[in-house]
Write a protein that binds this ligand. Structure first.
Ligand code: NAP
Ligand code: G4F
Length: 320
């Protein structure tokens, strides 16, 4: 008998890669989707007839209970969240409800209906915020710098708490930034590669960005969903940092992307003070030696390879 997985956030970047990965492993995949007046299934259109989509919402406890009852999953991947950091300052309460309390609603539903199911929580390097140690690892103290980061810290610790209180197989994956051609266009990598493609094709002249000095540890989303799955295949539930171990500034990202398209970034990039955040995370760089050692996980796509892949995909998509 093959296994069954339930993925919340299946319409998002990670949900789409994870669903593909689980299907390739022979899983029956249920995906939780929110009701909306128009469908938002672009990222999973190509696998839509292979996954079972059901409506549910992190704000609605009954829908979560019913979904776990119906799907009877062996593994649950809780990827759904309000995931865009700037929005967390304009919608701090909603972010707390989705990204923080939503995790408790999921855990309570699992505990009530199928407490033996294995549970993955999508935690984030944003929890390190004003970093207390370089590089950041599983034991580095958290110091979040946005309502999003604060909500993720809550989600992280409630997952640890349910594991310790109820003996559930519940783990928190502390993932650093991961990107792909399916990344939402508001995140900086995709904003840059989409902007480069538009400038290259004459559809746009300039690109407005915020803080070019911020540094991130950027990897490829396809590599990171493998780590999520590996975390649920272990003898003992544990939390892991997943990162490349390299850090690059937004300016380096911009330079690689523009160069790859044969453009000079200085001719096109303007800084826009309205895009500067109320509190910034200046530097992230992860140490994933525990995941390498215990999960056998490693990255397969380099930073430069990732940026070029994203520029090429955007040019291809926009080309007449
Ligand atoms: P994403 O593309 O923004 O996808 C978020 C998903 O959550 C979407 O499917 C969205 O549905 C769903 N969602 C939001 N609110 C919901 C609600 N109330 N009920 C049900 N579904 C809801 O995010 P991602 O990049 O794939 O990230 C996946 C998870 O990993 C998130 O929890 C994120 O915070 C976390 N994370 C991401 C990164 C990264 O670099 N990508 C790093 C660390 C952690 P709609 O399509 O309907 O909006
Ligand atoms: O791409 P970003 O918006 O990602 P951020 O804030 O690091 O958050 C992402 O990664 C987290 C993991 O660490 C996830 F948990 C979270 O859900 C999300 O996926 O911004 C990256 C950096 C920031 O320092 C920002 O100030 O880029 C800087 N930046 C400069 N100009 C910009 C822009 N960011 C955006 N979104 N747009 C700009 O124009």
């Amino acid at each position: 008998m093959g296994k069954t997985a339930l993925v919340t956030g299946i319409t998002g970047q990670d949900g789409s890669y994870l669903a593909e990965f689980l299907l390739s492993k022979g899983y029956t995949v249920y995906g939780m989707v929110r009701r909306s007046s128009t469908e938002n299934f672009d990222r999973i259109e190509h696998i839509r007839d292979q996954v079972i989509l059901r409506q549910g919402d992190l704000l609605d406890q009954l829908s979560l209970l019913n979904l776990i009852e119906e799907s009877n999953p062996d593994e649950i991947y809780n990827l759904a969240a309000q995931s865009f950091v700037p929005t967390s300052w304009t919608k701090p309460l909603l972010t707390g409800e989705f990204t923080g309390l939503g995790v408790t609603r999921m855990l309570e539903a699992v505990r009530a209906v199928k407490s033996k199911a294995r549970f993955y929580q999508a935690s984030s390097s944003e929890m390190f915020g004003l970093v207390q140690e370089v590089p950041q690892k599983e034991t580095t103290p958290f110091y979040p710098r946005s309502p999003y980061g604060v909500a993720k810290v809550y989600g992280h610790f409630i997952t640890v708490n349910y594991r310790e209180s109820y003996g559930m197989y519940a783990v928190s994956g502390i993932l650093f930034n991961h990107e792909s051609p399916r990344r939402g266009k508001e995140f900086v990598t995709r904003k840059v590669t989409d902007g480069v493609a538009r400038i290259k094709l004459g559809l746009q002249k300039e690109l407005k960005l915020g803080n070019l000095e911020a540094k991130r540890d950027w990897g490829f989303a396809g590599d990171y969903v493998r780590a999520m799955w590996l975390m649920l295949q272990q003898d003992k539930p544990q939390d892991y940092v997943i990162a490349t171990g390299e850090t690059h500034s937004v300016q380096e990202l911009v330079e690689i992307a523009f160069n790859h398209a044969g453009l000079n970034w200085k001719d096109h990039v303007k800084t826009d003070p309205t895009l500067i955040r109320p509190a910034e995370v200046d530097l992230l760089i992860g140490d994933s030696s525990k995941a390498k050692r215990e999960l056998g996980w490693k990255t397969e796509v380099s930073f430069e390879g990732l940026v070029k892949m994203m520029v090429d995909a955007d040019i291809q998509r926009l080309k007449p």
